[in-house]
Design a protein around this ligand. Structure first.
Ligand SMILES: NC(=O)C1=CN([C@@H]2O[C@H](COP(=O)(O)OP(=O)(O)OC[C@H]3O[C@@H](n4cnc5c(N)ncnc54)[C@H](O)[C@@H]3O)[C@@H](O)[C@H]2O)[C@@H](O)CC1
Ligand SMILES: [K+]
Length: 510
């Protein structure tokens, strides 16, 4: 599990150590971690440090100090290093060390920005030490010219290795917002704790691979602001039957999805739920869709009944409902049933405040915009995309439900504020049908969840939503293998990931 903290919280945690005069030690630990990660990144690109060229973009603060010290270590191993100082001031001791190791410096100005950007592009590696947790707003002035040149070279696959020091400069450490321009990285080496801003929104997209360097802040950090599940966290969260189980005790999932217009959504939600593993699946919906489901998934039990007619442990409602009034009514009934329920797609439009955390709304940014506007919040879709954490939390607080906001990084917010962000998915999964499979997976996790009330963590349903997003993202990435992916074909991938997690679940049958 990755535990993330806001930049503000990390600075607060550093304060007692700085007051005790240990700032220099912290910086050396940070700089060593940055150096080692940059060296590994170069090795991965088959570039020897000796004879390589490394450019540091160094701002006026401690972030620049870290990067200069790290570059000095690379210089000691034979790299040709240049520091581009983005401000007339730079960390004095770090700059002196850098120069002592033979590093060259130049001060970036408006008039040399274009030529400097061209030179930076020719380096083997760039250490981004412009702004860290002390930054506010996007990159401005001549450094923005360099950042834009690097960002567009990256899109063409021609950029040097960019290693962000603590966070990509221009990213807000607390939220992941980027107001204007940031410098996208291949690798972000972050210090003390992962910052929330690296896990969601544009900050997550800019961060690349995240390495966290322990600089001894652990005892001072307190409660995390956000979490990210990793593969090993799935053991214990996914449904593993015990020898004494039967189909009803394992958990029955009800699905009211699809319509005559969109039957595929019902097929995909049903298929994904069955692949995740339930004791029984009951489908409610139009007879024509039920027939298709019975052909594709004969194990599903289909009926045209109502939510109140069937006994289930959780519901999935909304995928592919379109404007089918019967399905939308079932979605409202599922929300009111008191049972855990995944409310997706068209049914998100039927949401009103007063829900409970076991209701999980799964909007994308467009659907969340409509939901928040229906609750009187004046918000546009780009604002939600710029700051998904803020708006997922807001929607959860306003509705009382858990909110799973789908996107490049998928964010799950509990109404009590707990937050998870998962980024396993490949962009190839941004395709029709992805949401339907995700809701099927999540429905199965809800129906089979047997965590005793007193063992649930705060934000339990956000945790389950994150587990579903993780499983969905990994299944999609495996199936895509770097190319297009059809959500309807994820079943075998989901099954094998659940089996892997089951093997790691203690005390369960293998
Ligand atoms: N405080 C500590 O104990 C440690 C801090 N460390 C590093 O120190 C960083 C924080 O250092 P600082 O507090 O010096 O802050 P930064 O280095 O992030 O920023 C410094 C200065 O940049 C200027 N600035 C802010 N926004 C700007 C913008 N948009 N454009 C141009 N200039 C802008 C401000 O004048 C600010 O003082 C961390 O991110 C981390 O890299 C590490 O060395 C580990 C230890
Ligand atoms: K930085």
């Amino acid at each position: 599990m990755i535990r993330a903290y806001t930049g503000t919280a990390v600075r607060r945690a550093e304060a007692p150590l700085l007051a005790a005069g240990r700032g220099g030690e912290l910086m050396q630990r940070a700089a060593y971690g940055l150096y080692a990660a940059a060296a590994a990144g170069l090795a991965e690109r088959r570039v020897r440090i000796y004879g390589s060229s490394v450019t540091v973009l160094a701002g006026s603060g401690n972030n620049g100090g870290d990067a200069l010290y790290a570059a000095a270590r690379l210089a000691r191993r034979g790299a040709a290093t240049t520091a581009v100082l983005t401000s007339a001031a730079a960390h004095p001791a770090a700059l002196a060390d850098f120069r002592a190791q033979g590093g060259k410096t130049l001060v970036l100005t408006d008039s040399n920005a274009a030529a400097t950007a061209a030179a930076v592009l020719a380096a083997d590696a760039v250490l981004d030490g412009v702004l860290g947790t002390g930054g506010s707003g996007g990159l401005r002035g001549p450094v923005r010219v360099c950042a834009e040149a690097l960002n567009s070279a990256r899109l063409q696959g021609k950029a040097p290795l960019v290693v962000a020091c603590d966070l990509p400069s221009g990213v807000d450490a607390d939220s992941g917002r980027v107001d204007g321009t940031c410098l996208s990285a291949d690798l972000t080496v972050t210090f003390g704790a992962v910052k929330t801003g690296l896990l969601a929104g544009p900050g997550a997209a800019a961060a690349g691979t995240i390495h966290c360097i322990d600089i001894g802040l652990g005892p001072y950090l307190g409660t995390p602001d956000a979490y990210r599940l990793q593969a090993e966290d799935l053991a214990g969260l996914l449904p593993v039957p015990a020898p004494s189980d039967h189909k009803y005790s394992r958990g029955v999932l009800g699905i009211a999805a699809g319509s005559e217009t969109y039957p595929g959504a019902a097929l995909m939600a049903t298929g994904a739920a069955l692949a995740t593993g339930v004791g029984m699946l009951r489908y409610l919906g139009p007879a024509a869709v039920a027939r298709l489901i019975n052909l594709a998934h004969p194990e599903a039990v289909c009926s045209p009944g109502e939510v109140g007619d069937v006994h289930v442990q959780a519901w999935v409602a909304g995928p592919g409902a379109g404007n089918d009034g019967d399905q939308l009514r079932r979605a409202r009934d599922a929300m009111a049933s008191g049972l855990p329920a995944v409310i997706d797609a068209d049914a998100v439009g039927a949401v009103a405040p007063g829900l409970h955390p076991a209701v999980i709304l799964t909007p994308h940014a467009g659907e969340l915009t409509a939901l928040l506007r229906s609750l009187g919040e004046e918000v546009e879709r780009p604002e939600i995309e710029a700051d998904p954490i803020r708006y997922a939390r807001l929607a959860a607080a306003r509705t009382g439900a858990t909110v799973l906001l789908k996107g490049w990084a998928t964010v799950a917010a509990a109404p009590t504020g707990e937050l998870y962000s998962q980024a396993e998915a490949t962009p190839w999964l941004a395709t029709a049908g992805s949401g339907d499979t995700l809701s099927g997976i999540l429905g199965a996790l809800l129906a089979t969840d047997r965590t005793p009330e007193d063992e649930r963590q705060p934000g339990h349903y956000a945790l389950l939503a994150a587990a579903a997003a993780h499983l969905h993202g990994r299944a999609g990435a495996l199936e895509a293998a770097g190319g297009p992916v059809q959500p309807s074909l994820l079943g075998p991938r989901i099954r094998s990931l659940v089996a892997d997690a089951a093997k790691r679940t203690p005390g369960k049958i293998k």
